[in-house]
Design a protein around this ligand. Structure first.
Ligand code: GLU
Length: 478
């Protein structure tokens, strides 16, 4: 059974790179019917930020990356929280001391600073047993350090392949800090083992630390998990993602108007490629096809244009009622002028749904609805549509009485379209020669969401006829 874990530290916002890690861990587990665990790594108490835990929960909830297990908190699974597991780590550290894979260190911060070391100098490695016992008995603050033997470690990463690191490059790192808390470097090994994690997925910045963890697994006689280190994620300029250059966090993207589902779909592709070049995926669909084999080791560039396109694809496919509810505040704010009867917000919403990449585009898209804009009759002239002011005037003069005869019950898109096309035929016009003038008359704009008959339906009979009448007047007709 595959078991993965997302192990964020509650130190602030949810970085896009971290969210991608969570997504891949979720997908790797779900693809194989496995378990996805959430573990809050809060042992570095000095880096904790108020509210950061809430951000982690909210992000996972909004994106649907639900974790499967954890300690029971009031009938629900809570996440594993390292600080609440504090007492678990010390016995393991002591076991390592006994096995001589770790040792007590009593060097103070000041002493270390005054020695100006690149790497810990093993000052406490060979302290006599009685001295250690005395210091411990008198309550002298201590840390426990890992003893890194001479040699080198070679390991296999699923993405980066075989990697060898000389132990000379590694320090005797601290496992237990003077406040009794484990360091990340120690806790991640104990937790991954005790939680039976099979696949450790994390950023490639952890590659060079992996030998230290492998030495710990070996010292305990535990199996080493499968490693999946993810490539870097860069902005369009090839730099680290930062708020200053676009966006760095999930929250930044939400603020810019991206939907969680589109963000998830997009970041799946930052380092992974779909086997059949398909681009639109829901989370459930991703979980059916995601394969570690298709993760690349080259860094991926964050492309806002692509994400915007994807956002439009997700908006398009939203259930119309869901979209309507999301669009309503934008509709209300952009159509707040007069209270005209023709404003059927549901209809307006369905007209714009397939035409936007962001909800915030709605007001500009609909700026012709509340009030017919001032427009020039040159708008009726369109070479491609074979429309001129003369053909437009004839078209509108012909359609007006036909539309006047349509009852309000029959006032709908298909019917109005057919009437226009039939009317065009009698005038020996191409469809575009009749439809373009109607659309222009209704919108007063060069482009608008919805074609002629769609706009007519959206405006309703009275307002549509009024606008057609205005156009006929402008074109010099009566
Ligand atoms: N707490 C670490 C981080 O946020 C987790 C790294 C890991 O997945 O092991 O980077």
């Amino acid at each position: 059974m595959i078991r993965t874990r997302f192990a964020p530290s509650p130190t602030g916002s949810m970085h896009i790179g971290n969210l991608r890690t969570a997504l891949y861990e979720y997908l790797i587990a779900k693809r194989h019917g496995g378990v996805f665990v959430l573990r809050i790594e809060d042992t570095d108490q000095s880096r904790l930020v108020d509210g950061a835990m809430g951000i982690i929960f909210d992000t996972l909830k909004l994106t649907g990356l639900n974790y499967d297990e954890g300690p029971l908190v009031g009938g629900d699974y809570g996440p594993y929280i390292q600080s609440e597991r504090k007492s678990l780590y010390m016995p393991y550290a002591k076991e390592l001391v006994e096995k001589q894979h770790a040792y007590y260190c009593f060097c103070t911060k000041e002493q270390l600073e005054s020695r100006n070391l690149q790497k810990y100098d093993r000052h406490c490695l060979n302290l006599p047993q009685n001295q250690i016992a005395e210091k411990l008995a008198s309550g002298t603050p201590f840390v426990i350090r890992q003893f890194i033997p001479a040699g080198k470690t070679t390991f296999k990463d699923e993405i980066f392949g075989k990697i060898t690191i000389e132990h000379e490059e590694i320090e005797d790192q601290v496992l237990i800090k003077s406040d009794g808390m484990p360091t990340y470097n120690f806790a991640n090994v104990i937790d991954d083992h005790t939680m039976a994690i099979t696949h450790v997925v994390r950023g490639s910045e952890y590659l060079t630390s992996t030998p230290k963890y492998n030495l710990l697994y070996k010292a305990f006689g535990w199996d080493i998990p499968t490693y999946v280190h993810l490539p870097l994620m860069l902005n369009e300029q090839g730099e680290k993602l930062s708020k200053r250059h676009g966006a760095a966090s999930f929250q930044d993207l939400l603020d810019m108007g991206y939907l969680p589902a589109a963000i998830i779909n997009y970041i799946a592709f930052l380092g992974w490629s779909s086997p059949d070049n398909r681009e639109y995926f829901t989370l459930a669909e991703l979980a059916e096809v995601f394969d570690i084999k298709n993760i690349s080791k080259s860094s991926s560039l964050f492309d806002h244009k692509k994400l915007a396109w994807m956002n439009g694809e997700h908006i398009k496919r939203l259930d119309s009622e869901v979209f309507y509810k999301m669009a309503l505040p934008f509709l209300e704010s952009s159509l707040k002028g007069k209270t005209a009867d023709f404003r059927d917000f549901r209809k307006i919403a369905s007209t714009v749904q397939s035409r936007i990449a962001f909800l915030k585009e709605i007001p500009e898209l609909l700026d012709f609805v509340d009030k017919l804009p001032e427009y020039d009759i040159a708008l009726f002239v369109h070479k491609k549509m074979k429309s001129s002011t003369e053909t437009a005037l004839a078209a509108l003069t012909a359609i007006l009485p036909l539309y006047e005869k349509v009852s309000t019950e029959d006032w709908h898109n298909d019917n109005l379209y057919n009437i226009a096309v039939e009317c065009g035929k009698t005038l020996e016009y191409k469809n575009s020669q009749i439809l373009w003038p109607i659309r222009t008359a209704l919108s007063g704009k060069e482009s608008s969401p919805g074609g002629a008959s769609e706009l007519c339906e959206m405006f309703g009979k009275e307002e549509s006829l009024r606008r057609i009448g205005v156009a006929i007047g402008k074109l010099g007709g009566t």
